[in-house]
Design a protein. Structure first.
Length: 414
């Protein structure tokens, strides 16, 4: 598979963040809505483990956190696989609007239950399952809609801007605001905040995204629609990179289960300490996402492999520190290293696809990489219960380091 960033010549055509934002106000409006929606979701990164620990009852704490963190991915994975592997299709704009509406209704209901003191672990898991049915399809739709509103030379910058906004909202502003809100008012209020963010994104899509965007499912324009799997089979490098991305995300997810327990038992802090740790990761990721604009002329495949190898050192180092400041430094450096991975990977993928191939392939890629999250979360609970917090962090890092040479073999050969 060829990509615009494989050689220095074509990569130089990629425009900068500033150029793209100044020439397309509608796309900038969509990115702003996405940023505000992600800010609400970022609050849940801190709030949901705290809420889970308050309602887990007789269920083991690590297992309960894993269940709650995995719930939003389960039903959404089924819908995304139907879209990407079958002949069913829906316009990305409609999918994103449905995701926003469902999320707003479900999270408002969970917030009301939490405020009334009637929220239980089964209700929390059930609400997250139902409210996130369109989550994965909506996530790929955000990227499809944004990149459909620009030309090929702007795609790298748009993918980078999506990463920049999400890193700021999910990992910097969101966790800080979530930690403060949990401390001052309770975890239930963050559910209302996420519902408000979903409504803001809904309004942004209605206002900024045309009803008939440039990227459509092929089935809308003709009698047949090729599945994402068949398309990827013609592009073996992209298929192998999907496998790498899957395991990269899978091996990361036990860290999310371990982190609330690590903060409580090793750092001896609560929601505010967890929020600060996520903020450190977010600040590093924000800087890294900003630097993506400077990386647009570099070969993308070696860059992806370097990110995998360097990130593997992060959880290993984190397991060896025992105070808040040192943990924040390690996590901040980890965010700096990790940030370029997603925008570079998606730019690499999309550069070799035709307009009719974008939705099935990007949805399949998003599904394949994201489905690693619930699997990793579900595996993280038992892993931590069996090996302990620090050992599980070391194992996550070591296995990620072993992934790097496999990634080099699979991605560079082709």
């Amino acid at each position: 598979m060829s990509t615009a960033a494989d050689t220095t010549g074509p990569a130089a055509a990629n425009r900068s963040y500033r150029d793209v934002l100044s020439r397309n106000r509608r796309m900038a409006g969509l990115l702003l809505g996405d940023l505000l929606a992600n800010a609400g979701t970022g609050m849940l990164i801190v709030a949901m483990p705290v809420q889970t620990l308050a309602v887990h009852g007789t269920v083991d704490a690590a297992l309960a956190i894993g269940m709650v963190e995995a719930a939003p991915f389960l039903l959404s994975t089924v819908l995304a696989l139907v879209i990407s592997l079958g002949r069913f299709s829906a316009p990305p704009r409609r999918l994103l609007l449905a995701d926003c509406a469902l999320r707003a209704v479900a999270f408002t209901g969970l917030g009301v239950l939490a405020m009334a003191g009637r929220l239980t672990l089964p209700l929390l898991v059930g609400g997250l399952l139902l409210g996130s049915i369109c989550r994965m399809a909506g996530s790929s739709s955000r990227r499809l809609l944004a990149t459909s509103m620009v030309d090929d030379a702007d795609r790298f910058a748009v993918n980078g801007l999506l990463g920049l906004g999400s890193n700021f909202a999910l990992l910097v502003f969101g966790p800080v605001a979530g930690g403060l809100l949990v401390t001052w008012a309770g975890a239930g209020w963050t559910l209302f905040a996420d519902a408000c963010g979903a409504l803001i994104l809904l309004a942004s899509v209605l206002r900024c995204v045309p009803r008939a965007p440039a990227v459509r499912a092929e089935g809308e324009a003709g009698p047949k629609r090729e599945s994402g799997w068949r398309i990827l089979r013609r592009r073996p490098v992209a298929g192998r990179l999907l496998v790498v991305v899957f395991f990269f995300n899978f091996l990361y997810m036990p860290i999310e289960v371990a982190l609330p327990l690590y903060v409580r038992e090793t750092l001896h802090t609560g929601a505010s300490g967890l929020g600060l740790l996520w903020t450190a990761l977010g600040v590093g990721a924000l800087v890294g996402a900003g630097l993506v604009d400077r990386l647009r002329r570099l070969p993308q495949r070696p860059l992806l492999i370097a990110v995998i190898a360097l990130w593997g050192l992060c959880p290993i180092t984190l397991a060896g520190v025992g105070n808040q400041t040192a943990a924040m430094v390690v996590f901040g450096l980890g965010g700096l290293i990790w940030a370029p991975f997603t925008p570079v990977a998606y730019s690499f993928l999309q550069s070799g696809l035709g307009p009719g191939e974008q939705q099935p392939v990007v949805t399949l890629w998003t599904t394949g990489s994201t489905v690693a999250a619930p699997l990793g979360l579900l595996a993280g609970g038992p892993l931590i219960a069996l090996t302990g917090i620090h050992t599980s962090l070391v194992l996550s890092g070591l296995l990620t380091l072993l992934l790097a040479p496999l990634a080099a073999w699979g991605v560079l050969n082709g």
